[in-house]
Design a protein around this ligand. Structure first.
Ligand code: ADP
Ligand code: MG
Length: 351
């Protein structure tokens, strides 16, 4: 009579253990809480073990994005950047947050050899982006040349609390770095609130904290630039890491039947052609955002060469041509899991 009791006991214990394991296995991060910020879609997720509530994380992130939008947006006439753009060559007082991002932007101008230029505004607007008038045809050479004279990050004069521009008619456009910077600021704010397992996303600029669950890493899809409904593969992010994508498929201009990307090459004064998308992994979202724009402009060979001096930055390029291929840095190859359709199209760059 003892044995059946023992057996039942054992079965019960086993069931209890299996239920506990099953339960832990099923622990998931919260679904994304989405909202609009800085002219794009933002979202946050919290991990299964997160102690700070999703409501609190969302509130803090929203507050940070709203604050920065008020300081940096070219669409807000009273922002610090709009006041700078309207001030001619007069100095304008700026807050520490604005100073930090301007300093960063100038830094990326230097490291990219001028490919990244935060004073690109006159050209961006001439091509009809960032509040410019939609052009009827291609801008003519004279207009391009005239706008180009007002582009040059070296013409920004930054001191402890003020900024000025050396030439009248200059226009700062932080579109290539502001969202990444905002994600980092929000990330720091959530961490100060005690957050430990969070994903923050602002228009594809993401940074994670911790993990979605104790047994795995945050995993993000890399969109197929030729088909918005599918992904080419997934990237796993180590705690703290950031990812960003620059593409020619979301914001572009049709001129004379041709599609032009919203990323311009200051060396030619023209939209970059030949690149469909670039995704970058970096220690911070500011770096990921700036580098995704830089590597979109300079392309694969020059980009891979630039990265030799920047360990920790890994990239994935998708050229805008057939046959399709994905080119990746050796470091990115280690954490990228392509879907079967793209697996054979993956090529690893020589470092
Ligand atoms: P997205 O805005 O889609 O996230 P990016 O991060 O690549 O894409 O930034 C593109 C934006 O950067 C453009 O809309 C424009 O505001 C700005 N931009 C365009 N060309 C340059 C450039 N050469 N250097 C710096 N910023 C640029
Ligand atoms: Mg960018």
């Amino acid at each position: 009579m003892k044995h059946p009791v023992l057996n039942y006991g054992l079965i019960f214990c086993l069931c209890a253990v299996m239920a506990a394991v099953g339960c832990r296995g099923r622990q998931e991060a919260t679904p994304p809480r989405e909202f609009m910020a800085m002219g794009t879609l933002a979202s946050i997720r919290t991990g299964a073990d997160e102690m700070v509530s999703p409501e609190t994380v969302e509130r803090e992130v929203r507050a940070e994005f709203a604050d920065l939008e008020g300081r940096l947006s070219i669409y807000r006439p009273d922002s610090e950047i709009s006041r700078l753009n309207a001030a001619g060559t007069n100095p304008v007082a700026i807050s520490p947050a604005t100073r930090v991002i301007l300093k960063q932007a100038i830094h990326y101008g230097e490291v990219s050899g001028g490919a990244f230029d935060v004073t690109i505004g006159p050209l961006v607007r001439l091509w009809g982006f960032s509040g410019g008038k939609v052009p009827r045809g291609l801008p003519d050479e004279k207009a391009l040349e005239e706008a180009r004279k007002r582009v040059g990050f070296q013409l920004i004069i930054l001191d402890a609390s003020r900024v000025a521009m050396r030439e009248p008619g200059m226009f700062v456009d932080l579109g290539g770095i502001a969202k990444g910077y905002a994600v980092d600021c929000a990330w720091t704010r959530v961490q100060a609130e005690g957050g430990q397992n969070v994903l923050i996303n602002l228009g594809g600029n993401m940074r994670v904290m911790g993990r979605p669950a104790s047994d795995r890493l945050w995993r993000v899809g890399v969109r197929n630039p030729f088909d918005g409904d599918s992904v080419m593969g997934h990237l796993e992010l180590v705690p703290g890491q950031a990812v960003a994508t620059s593409g020619n498929y979301e914001r572009f201009m049709m001129i004379e039947g041709h599609r032009y990307a919203h990323i311009l090459d200051p060396r030619t004064s023209r939209p970059v052609e030949g690149m469909a998308g670039v995704t970058v992994l970096a220690p911070t979202a500011t770096e990921a955002d700036a580098w995704s724009t830089i590597l979109f402009i300079v392309g694969i060979e020059a980009g891979q060469a630039l990265l030799a001096d920047h360990p920790g930055i890994e990239a994935l390029w998708v050229p805008d041509r057939e046959p399709h291929e994905i080119r990746v840095t050796p470091g990115l190859a280690k954490v990228f899991q392509p879907v079967p359709e793209w697996r054979g199209l993956l090529k690893i760059n020589h470092p």
